[in-house]
Design a protein around this ligand. Structure first.
Ligand code: SAH
Ligand code: SF4
Length: 410
C-alpha cells in the first residue's frame, strides 16, 4: 500500500479514490471474437450476423453449446454435427479461443495457478489475471477472477494495491472455467446429470480471485449463468460462491439474477475498524451490509451465507471480537470462515498466532457455528487469497503513472 492510498487521518471528507478506483473503459476486443461465454441469446444473434436463418438458430445454438461446454471443442472443425459450410463460415468470423496462458505453476500441495493474458486497453498493452485450481479430497475448486486488479483498496489485500483495473467480459469469466477443464483434461471425465458422483475435477467455482464481482455485475451474472447451465458446464449454483466485500445495492440483485451462494468479506465487527480494513465500509456500513444478508433471496439453513474473516494479529483477533462477531451475525443462517492472513511484501499486517486463531475459532464453535479455518493453499506459488497480483504491475513507474492518470478519478 503506497502513501497515495493511505487512510486519511482526520474525520474529514474521505477521498473517493481511497474507497474505489474507476476501471479503464476502452476495452479493445479481438478482431475475431470468441464464442466462449456468450449467453444463448447473444450466440443466436452472432449466428444471425453470419446468415444463419432465424428458424435454425435455436438448434444451432444448442449444438454449438454442447460442443463448447460438454465436449470442450477448441475449434469449429471438431463440431462434426454442423455442416462443413457452417463450420467454415463460423471459423471465418469467430473463434472458440480461451484466455491465453502465459505461465502455469503447480504447488507442492497440488494447487495449480495459471497466469492468463487478456486483450489490452487502448494502449494495446495486454492485461493479466490469475486463476487457481485447488484440489481437495471431495471436490476441486476453481478460484476465478472478475476484474484485472480490483476497484477497491482493502488495506490487507495485495490485489487491492494494483492500480490498473479493467472489468473482465463474461467470456473471459467463462473462459477461465473452460481453460481449467482443458488444462486438467477434465472434459473426458464423466459428469453425472444430477451432479452426484461427478468425476470431474472442477466441481466448484468460487469468485474469490482478483476483483470485486459486484462492481462488474452484468458480466459476472452472464458468465456465471453460462457456467451453471445444465446443458453445458453444469456447475450447479449451489457449487458456485460469489464473494463480495459488501457492495450492498447489488447483493439483492445478485440473489435474484445469479442465485449463487454468497460469501461476505467481513473481517471486522465495528465500523471503525472495518472502515480501515475495507474502505468500502464507509459507503455501505455494517448495519446495511448485515440487513442485505438477512434479506438475501433464498438464504436458509440449507443455503447459508459464508462470512470470511481474515485473522490479523493484534488488529481483529481478540476474543472480544470473536464474541462480537457471533452477536453480529445472530439470526442469519451463517458459516464463518477464518482465513489466516497471507502476508505479502511491504504489508503492514501480520497473521495472528495459531493459538489465537484456535481460541477465536472455539468461541465461534461454542456459539453453534462451524468455524473452519481455511488452510492456506499454494503459498509457495503465491496463489493464496489476496496474493493474486499479475505482472501488469511490472510496468515502469512512469508507465504506471500514465495509465493510472487515465484510470482513476480523484
Ligand atoms: N473482492 C472479493 C473477492 C476476492 S477476495 C472480496 O473481497 O470478497 C477473496 C477473499 O480473500 C476475501 O475474503 C478477501 O478479503 C480475502 N483476502 C484478501 N487478501 C487477503 C490476504 N492477504 N490474506 C488472506 N485473505 C485475504
Ligand atoms: Fe478487492 Fe476483495 Fe482485495 Fe478488497 S479483498 S481489494 S474487494 S479483491
Amino acid at each position: 500500500m503506497t502513501a497515495s492510498f493511505a487512510a486519511p487521518q482526520t474525520d474529514g471528507a474521505v477521498s473517493a479514490a481511497f474507497i474505489e478506483k474507476r476501471p479503464l473503459e476502452q476495452y479493445v476486443a479481438p478482431d475475431k471474437p470468441s464464442l466462449v461465454g456468450l449467453t444463448r441469446d447473444a450466440l443466436a444473434v452472432a449466428l444471425g450476423t453470419i446468415g444463419v436463418p432465424e428458424r435454425q438458430q435455436r438448434m444451432r445454438v444448442q449444438q454449438i453449446w454442447h460442443w463448447l461446454y460438454v465436449r470442450g471443442a477448441q475449434d469449429f472443425d471438431a463440431m462434426t454435427t454442423l455442416s462443413k459450410e457452417l463450420r467454415a463460415e463460423l471459423a471465418r468470423h469467430f473463434t472458440a479461443a480461451r484466455p491465453e496462458v502465459v505461465a502455469e505453476q503447480t504447488s507442492v500441495d497440488g494447487t495449480r495457478k495459471w497466469l492468463l493474458r487478456l486483450p489490452g486497453e487502448t494502449d494495446s498493452r495486454p492485461c493479466e489475471v490469475e486463476c487457481v485450481y485447488i484440489p481437495e479430497t471431495d471436490r476441486g475448486t476453481l478460484c476465478i477472477s472478475s476484474q484485472v486488479g480490483c476497484t477497491l483498496n482493502c488495506t490487507f489485500c495485495h490485489t487491492g494495491t494494483q492500480r490498473l483495473v479493467r472489468n473482465l467480459a463474461a467470456g473471459e469469466i467463462v473462459g477461465q472455467v473452460v481453460l481449467a477443464r482443458d488444462r486438467l483434461s477434465d472434459w473426458q471425465r464423466a459428469a453425472s446429470p444430477n451432479g452426484e458422483g461427478d468425476k470431474r475435477l472442477v466441481s466448484n467455482v468460487v469468485m474469490m480471485g482478483m476483483g470485486e464481482p459486484l462492481y462488474n455485475f452484468e458480466a459476472v451474472r452472464d458468465g456465471l449463468n453460462v457456467v451453471a447451465d445444465g446443458d453445458g458446464l453444469s456447475i450447479s449454483k449451489r457449487r458456485i460462491t460469489l464473494s463480495t466485500s459488501g457492495v450492498v445495492p447489488n447483493i439483492a440483485r445478485a440473489g435474484e439474477e445469479i442465485g449463487s451462494m454468497l460469501a461476505i468479506s467481513l473481517h471486522a465487527v465495528t465500523d471503525e475498524l472495518r472502515d480501515q480494513l475495507v474502505p468500502l465500509n464507509r459507503k455501505y456500513p455494517l448495519r446495511e451490509l448485515l440487513d442485505a444478508c438477512r434479506n438475501y433471496p433464498g438464504v436458509s439453513n440449507a443455503r447459508r451465507i459464508t462470512f470470511e474473516y481474515v485473522m490479523l494479529k493484534g488488529i481483529n483477533d481478540s476474543l472480544v471480537d470473536a464474541r462480537a462477531l457471533v452477536r453480529l451475525v445472530k439470526g442469519i443462517p451463517a458459516k464463518i470462515n477464518l482465513i489466516p492472513f497471507n502476508p505479502w511484501p511491504d504489508t503492514q499486517y501480520e497473521c495472528s498466532d495459531w493459538e489465537q486463531i484456535e481460541k477465536f475459532s472455539e468461541v465461534i464453535f461454542n456459539a453453534g457455528y462451524a468455524s473452519p479455518v481455511r488452510t492456506p493453499r499454494g503459498r509457495d506459488i503465491l496463489a493464496a487469497c489476496g496474493q493474486l497480483k499479475s505482472a501488469t504491475e511490472k510496468l515502469s513507474a512512469r508507465e504506471r503513472l500514465a495509465l493510472r492518470a487515465m484510470a482513476m478519478t480523484d
